[in-house]
Design a protein around this ligand. Structure first.
Ligand code: NAP
Length: 220
């Protein structure tokens, strides 16, 4: 398999360090900050850092995978505008498990009468955005399916919890709970690298994790 050279915004952070750790075991990816060598860019930083990464990638015509959360609508717009020039995949959660959890939420459409819904998320004490980007995107998914008011996600910050998301459906007689726990940050790093591998072959556009699976399914 051909090596993919990639650069990284947020290399010194928790996620950046995890990506650098993961690529040591996978020969396909080579870290290079030189835009002339890089064929893709990854960003796990902050909304300001992501803005810089977008400008950089547009300038050097590089596909961008970003997992930065806590975005304001101006940043979401910037992602969308830039995606007219370069391929961008943005995901609030790069794990396979959360992609599956999103599908599980869709099964709530089978029956809604008598149920209340609540999302609860827990993260380590250093996480800046609250509620998490993942909780917000799960809430968006829930609102597409459930045709009534749903309370905002509840967020807990403490300890070293990498990421826990729980989606509850509660009636007078039963409680259904779909949940996902990230037990190793490598799950996000591997997800981002998988996204890079896929994105380098795509045209400009704004993609999400589900697009990777949809294309794989089509190819079968
Ligand atoms: N999508 C996912 O699956 C997923 C998973 C985990 C985390 N995240 C998100 O990824 C982001 C980073 O998380 P983390 O835990 O790695 O955070 P972190 O440990 O605080 O690291 C942030 C990194 O970004 C850099 N940075 C911040 N602002 C910058 C700027 N304006 N320009 C350039 N670099 C900048 C920091 O460098 P300095 O320290 O030098 O400022 C640091 O290297 C957060 O938004 C988090 O919510 C997403």
């Amino acid at each position: 398999m051909k090596a993919i050279y990639f650069g990284l915004t947020g290399a010194s952070g928790r996620m950046g360090q995890e990506i650098l750790k993961v690529i040591k075991k996978e020969k396909v990816f080579i870290f290079s900050e030189d835009p002339k060598r890089a064929s893709a860019w990854i960003d796990f930083s902050s909304p300001q850092g992501m803005r810089k990464a977008i400008d950089f990638c547009v300038k050097h015509k590089l596909p961008l995978v970003s997992g930065t959360t806590g975005l304001a609508s101006a940043e979401e717009k910037k992602l969308s505008t830039a995606s007219k020039q370069i391929p961008i995949l943005w995901a609030s959660n790069m794990s396979l498990g959360v992609a599956i959890l999103r599908h599980a939420i869709r099964s709530f459409s089978l029956h809604q009468e008598g149920f209340d819904y609540q999302i609860i998320e827990t993260h380590h004490r250093y996480k800046k955005d609250k509620p998490s980007g993942t909780a917000q995107s799960l809430q968006k998914e829930l609102k597409k399916v459930i045709k009534k008011n749903i309370s905002d996600p509840l967020a807990i910050r403490g300890g070293g919890v990498i990421g826990h998301h729980q989606v509850l459906a509660m009636s007078d007689e039963e409680v259904l709970s779909f949940e996902h726990t990230a037990i190793d940050r490598a799950v996000f790093a591997r997800g981002a690298l998988r996204a890079v591998q896929w994105l380098v072959d795509q045209r400009p556009g704004l993609y999400e994790i589900d697009d990777i699976f949809a294309m794989k399914k089509k190819r079968k």
